[in-house]
Design a protein around this ligand. Sequence first.
Ligand code: NAD
Length: 349
Amino acid sequence: MSVIQEMGKYGHEQVVFVRDERVGLNAIIAVHNTVLGPALGGTRFWDYATEAEALFDVLRLSRGMTLKSAAAGLKLGGGKAVIIGDPQKLKSRDFFHVYGRFIDTLGGKYYTAEDVNISAADVEMMNEVTKYVSGTPAVSGNPSPFTARGVYMGLKAGASVKFGTDSLKGITVAVQGLGNVGYALCEHLRKEGAKLKVYDVNSAAMERAVKELGAVAVNPEELLATDCDIFAPCAMGAVFNGENINRLKCRLIAGAANNVLMDASVGDALNDMDILYLPDYIVNAGGVINCGIEIEDPNWRYDIDYVNTRVDKIYDTTLKIIALAKEKRISTSKAADEYAEGIVDANKK
Ligand code: NAD
């Protein structure tokens, strides 16, 4: 595989391979685009089977960050990093110092943050040797409540178009995944009087939602085909494919999970089925907004009200994407890409 060719395919600016034998570090840092500002994106720690798999992941994810930040109105670009290996075996303060020093060599072109298998504590250790990190507990901290708030605002905007009102009272929402974001989303929905149907592989999370939020637990086989108005995927990606979407009974889809459509054709098919899909990176941008503002303005002092105001703009952005899709007669996923790419292109020198 030619790395430069792959970079060209996605439009990357820079891809850095880093290695330190002593601590066993092997990582790839991908800076996709810095037109709007420094590239922000978390570091994922994963035991990839092959280097090609890791490269594919980091290239795809970093491009997604460019689009997410642009659409969210942040003056930031997109980047991502992957550390290849077993986090259980490799993690140590020394390890994160070595990795942090590599981040530092990029001189602020790339800021890292939490992601899969990288905790706030790990980011704090990197922060001991580089200032180019974001989302430490001392500043913006846990992104999940903001991601949940953003998804909730997106759902309300979608409901206003699909159901003629943005009130979710009496609306049935099926939520897949009751982790940090999914559970917090359920709390917002419950507060507004929505009815919840839930499934999580973790039965304790489900029991909690049933007990505390009056949710109805649904079997995994039934979840996709369950009667509901909205389906909110908040667990993992690739949930919807060309075949299983025929079982859906919802009229609107929006959740926190990234890349929930198996491929772009699924977005077109949902459009043809008159199911309104709200693109993942549009509605799940609350977390990146929360930790991105501190990079946009290094003198800014954390202010939760200001963060919430910025997160709530996801409502308007969602409406814009729906309107653009309607105007151009394209799927909402294509409209989101056009919208975000348009912002980046308009700022190119
Ligand atoms: P989490 O790990 O806290 O929660 C995920 C939940 O999904 C867990 O409770 C897990 O048991 C459950 N789950 C796993 N596989 C499942 C399956 N097959 N069916 C049903 N449930 C399943 O993660 P999170 O932080 O809540 O994030 C949820 C999703 O949103 C992830 O895909 C994440 O990448 C994405 N996301 C999160 C944020 C954030 O701020 N945390 C931001 C953007 C996107």
